[in-house]
Design a binder for this molecule. Structure first.
Ligand code: GAR
Length: 215
């Protein structure tokens, strides 16, 4: 007997390439999550058309039409509730939620950030990495907590910084890893192989193997 797949909403603000990688992974009927909603705060997000083409329900909750963050978050919350969403994946979603909203989704909301956290939080992480002169850069899938880019880490992937890299070259190398890592991270959370316990991510030995960490 198969276990019910977790119902996932992906929140985007732009091109949606990470969204597309999650949708692609979830086409496999053995994947433990089903993408049931793609929600954007921007009506012009290119990812909306990609999601619709894949036959997924899309919705725009335009932040500019709300009086404040509380009202915007409430509208997002209603939409997630209407679609009986179990897990939320932020994928290039460039709005910051209120602490109360994030706390309500604790352990059930993931984000991908294009750096090896806790290095290079916030905007322009690739420029930050180049300015710092690091040799290794990468991406992180983490649980969302109220503090920006600071939640317990689920999965990370590293890439080398090459001589002559500019921001675009480095971003492209990281993005290829993001597209592999986010579906893996979501899978581990959806199947319960990664879970949040007392503010830390606990991995099963199977999850450690899947992440290439040894047992
Ligand atoms: C991705 O690189 C993602 O990691 C980053 O925005 C890009 C969105 O691309 N997210 C953040 O910087 C969040 N702090 P996509 O729309 O093609 O997935």
């Amino acid at each position: 007997m198969s276990i019910a797949r977790r119902r996932v909403a992906i929140l985007i603000s732009g091109r949606g390439s990470n969204m597309a990688s999650l949708i692609e992974a979830a086409r496999d009927p053995t994947y433990p999550a089903a993408i049931t909603l793609v929600l954007s705060n921007r009506p012009d997000a290119a990812g909306l058309a990609r999601a619709a083409e894949a036959g997924i329900a899309t919705q725009v909750v335009d932040h500019t039409t709300f009086l404040d963050r509380v009202a915007f978050d409430a509208a997002i919350g209603r939409s997630l509730g209407d679609h009986a969403i179990d897990l939320v994946c932020l994928a290039g979603f460039m709005r910051i939620f209120t602490d109360a909203f994030v706390t309500g989704w604790q352990g059930r909301m993931l984000n991908i950030h294009p750096s090896l956290l806790p290095a290079f939080k916030g905007l322009h992480p690739h420029a930050q990495a180049l300015a710092a002169g690091v040799r290794i850069h990468g991406c992180t899938v983490h649980y969302v907590v109220p503090e920006l880019d600071s939640g317990p880490i689920v999965a990370q992937a590293a890439v080398p910084v090459m001589a002559g890299d500019d921001e675009a070259a480095l971003a492209g190398r990281v993005l290829a890893e993001e597209h592999r890592l986010y579906p893996l991270g979501l899978r581990l959370v959806a199947e319960g192989a990664a879970r949040l316990e007392a503010g830390r991510t606990v991995l099963t030995s199977g999850a450690r193997t899947a992440l290439g960490l040894g047992v």
